[in-house]
Design a protein around this ligand. Structure first.
Ligand SMILES: [Fe+2]
Ligand SMILES: [Fe+2]
Length: 257
């Protein structure tokens, strides 16, 4: 269990709330984030059904559910959306997700879609409360067809969903990536098999090119900081993945993962 302040001034915080224990989400540990300014905050990828109670209890160290002004879903996967019906009960805020996933979310048993806001393909500015001047950025096909990121210009942290996600061995529990070369074995197979194409990567790199980025915060595995930020982006630029590698018969040149 984690509760790490990635950025912390008196008024503004970017917090990694929890990393689920192995076994809870099919053994893939996931990250949930809280961005807050003064007495208001937003939750980024609040997680699957199994982690919801502990994410809530960690969040209560900082905010009451009524102070949550928005919930953000980077994409439609169950390790992100699975706990949402409970979050909708304890909060009253809007939920942001790519517009293309709006029609699928009711299949999670979400009956009332009136609190959902479909984010347009090009992204949008997101100011859920004073001091939270966030930007929602497109990251489509990485890996989801409707993937969106959140950039916080105060902390200079970008939340990237599954981009940068690591499949860490159960006995490795580092909070940060400082040395990218030693981290590469934990991300390479996932990115080659799950990320859709190098073209999608290049589009995303263009999208984020003008941003000052101090940390890359993914939905799984440690947070990139320092030189590892640039090293990761440089590696990604030339990565062949997904349909770049796929061969007839659904084969890939090697078994990734
Ligand atoms: Fe995913
Ligand atoms: Fe994920």
């Amino acid at each position: 269990m984690r509760n790490i302040k990635l950025f912390d001034t008196n008024s503004h915080k970017f917090i990694l709330l929890n990393e689920s224990e192995p076994g809870e989400e099919d053994g893939i540990r996931s990250n949930q984030y809280l961005v807050m300014h003064d007495d208001a905050g937003v939750l980024l990828d609040p997680g699957g059904f199994g982690v919801m109670p502990r994410v809530l209890s960690e969040m209560l160290h900082y905010l009451a559910p009524s102070q949550i002004k928005g919930i953000f879903l980077s994409h439609q996967d169950p390790d992100i959306v699975g706990g949402l019906s409970t979050w909708l009960e304890v909060s009253s805020c809007p939920v942001y997700v790519s517009r293309i996933w709006m029609r699928f979310l009711p299949h999670y048993g979400l009956k009332d879609m009136s609190r959902f806001i479909g984010v347009p393909d090009q992204g949008m500015d997101w100011t859920p409360a004073p001091g939270l001047d966030l930007r929602i950025l497109p990251a489509h096909f990485l890996h989801s067809e409707g993937q969106i990121n959140v950039y916080d210009p105060v902390s200079r942290i970008i939340f990237t969903g599954d981009i940068g996600a690591a499949m860490m061995p159960m006995d490795k529990d580092d909070a940060f990536v400082d040395d990218f070369a030693s981290h590469l074995p934990f991300i390479e197979g996932f990115h080659r098999r799950y990320m859709c194409s190098n073209k999608a990567i290049r589009c995303w790199l263009d999208t984020i090119a003008g941003l000052d980025i101090d940390m890359i915060a993914p939905q799984h595995g440690p947070v990139y900081r320092g030189a590892a930020v640039r090293d990761f982006l440089d590696w990604l630029r030339d990565l062949q993945c997904g349909i770049d590698l796929m061969q007839s018969g659904g084969r890939f040149p090697q078994q990734f993962l």
